[in-house]
Design a protein around this ligand. Structure first.
Ligand code: GDD
Ligand code: MN
Length: 385
């Protein structure tokens, strides 16, 4: 029997509810990668539509596909990292399983690495003749994000939010412990952690419209990117999730002031108390909804349960607000009335409290599902001399 070593290229496809797309993706890869030695690694987060089973069924017929089924965990970046860490190939590529990325550029990404690049990025470009996969709002968000990224990192990459790239595996393996499994922006994270001087090549492609299933990321996910940047800007001191939570809090302030202004415009300043009350409720509700979609996406409330979550969040925030006011007032007198110092300290205590308690109670991690049948003890190893 001839035994071959691992393939030279592993293509990682993170999946959540992509049962219909995985077989199509595999067929397309067989065509475009026919000349290469490759494998497809599907990393599925136990999708309820049985994506993992579809991949396992394909794997029984063909060694070029394998599947990692992760249980009780969710998250695009974490799935990609685990897929890469399971590979022993020279090169690893990451591609969405929903067919929005144009797999036909994979050979060009591969060639770029063969020619000496460390990282080749699929960059989304516009093509007037093809129906666009990106809405104008999403394109603007993407551009603003890229611009910010350039300024912060000094790296001139045009699409740091791309989820389509190929990289030398050893580069990611070396920085893996520093990568953040939360969030979606795995490429941006790799770029920010990578050693200086890595050689980057960009290959353009047109982002396609999704055929089956639905997108799990919404435009609001740009916030996730800001969290990542804040995390790196503070040398890892600020957890991504906290940075996100604080950014959402700041957006709540804008909502608060806007509602207050409108209500006072409508009913006059005499109704200030009532207006302030309604504005507070509006800000808390919008903060809850955004945090639910972005900051704590993995544990988010769905359907009517959102009302439950909102109540819990409001309770937490009211305690946070009381702590904020008490501490600020105390400091105000202690510090010979330096109002801004007292105000900032109070707000900081409030946001840290809200964050800590929201993480622990409002969006606490789901407990592992029902007890599992204990595996039967393995048979004692037999020694072969
Ligand atoms: N394992 C796993 N776990 N996979 C996930 C998860 C998750 O929690 N969430 C999403 N995925 C998979 C999807 O099944 C799909 O294959 C891929 O990740 C991208 O998810 P989509 O829901 O299709 O994302 P999108 O089209 O909105 O996002 C695209 O643009 C982003 C930049 O704005 C993708 O290209 C992203 O990779 C990219 O970061
Ligand atoms: Mn998609």
């Amino acid at each position: 029997m001839i035994v071959a070593g691992s393939p030279r290229l592993s293509v990682i496809a993170p999946t959540y509810r992509e049962a219909a797309n995985v077989p199509v993706l595999f067929e397309r890869l067989k065509k475009v990668l026919a000349d290469l030695d490759w494998e497809l690694i599907v990393v599925d987060d136990d999708s309820p539509d049985g994506t993992a089973d579809v991949a396992f069924a394909l794997a029984r017929e063909d060694r070029r596909i394998r599947c990692i089924r992760r249980v009780n965990r969710l998250g695009l970046a974490g799935a990609v990292i685990e897929g890469i860490l399971s590979s022993s190939a020279d090169f690893v590529a990451v591609i969405d399983a929903d067919l929005q990325h144009d797999e036909k550029i994979l050979p060009r990404l591969h060639q770029a690495l063969v020619d000496g690049a460390d990282l080749a990025i699929g960059v989304r470009v516009e093509d007037k003749n093809v129906e666009q996969g990106l809405s104008p709002a999403r394109q603007r968000l993407s551009h603003a994000g890229a611009e910010l990224f350039k300024r912060m990192s000094g790296l001139a990459v045009s699409d740091p939010m791309s989820g389509f790239f190929m990289v030398r595996r050893h580069i990611v393996a070396a920085i893996a412990p520093r990568l953040s499994p939360d969030g979606f922006k795995i490429l941006a994270d790799i770029l920010l952690c990578a050693p200086p001087g890595i050689r980057i090549v960009e290959v353009p492609y047109v982002f396609r419209k999704r055929q089956a299933g639905q997108s799990k990321l919404s435009a609001v996910v740009g916030l996730d990117f800001l969290g990542l940047i804040a995390h790196h800007a503070t040398a890892g001191l600020l957890p991504i999730r906290f940075a996100l939570f604080a950014t959402v809090g700041a957006s709540g302030l804008v909502v608060h002031l806007a509602v207050l202004k409108i209500l006072i415009g409508l009913y006059g300043a005499s109704e200030f108390r009532a207006a302030q009350f309604v504005a507070t409720l509006a800000a808390m509700t919008s903060n809850f909804l955004i945090n639910n979609e972005v900051t704590y996406r993995e544990n988010r409330y769905r359907g009517w349960r959102k009302i439950l979550g909102l109540w819990a969040f409001m309770l937490v925030c009211s305690v946070g607000a009381i702590a904020n006011i008490d501490i600020a007032s105390w400091l105000y007198y202690q510090s010979q009335q330096v109002w801004w110092l007292a105000g900032i300290s109070g707000a900081l205590v409030g946001v840290v409290w809200n964050y800590a308690v929201s993480s622990a109670f409002v969006w606490r991690k789901r407990r592992a599902s029902a007890a599992r049948v204990a595996p039967s003890p393995a048979s004692p190893p037999t020694l072969v001399s």
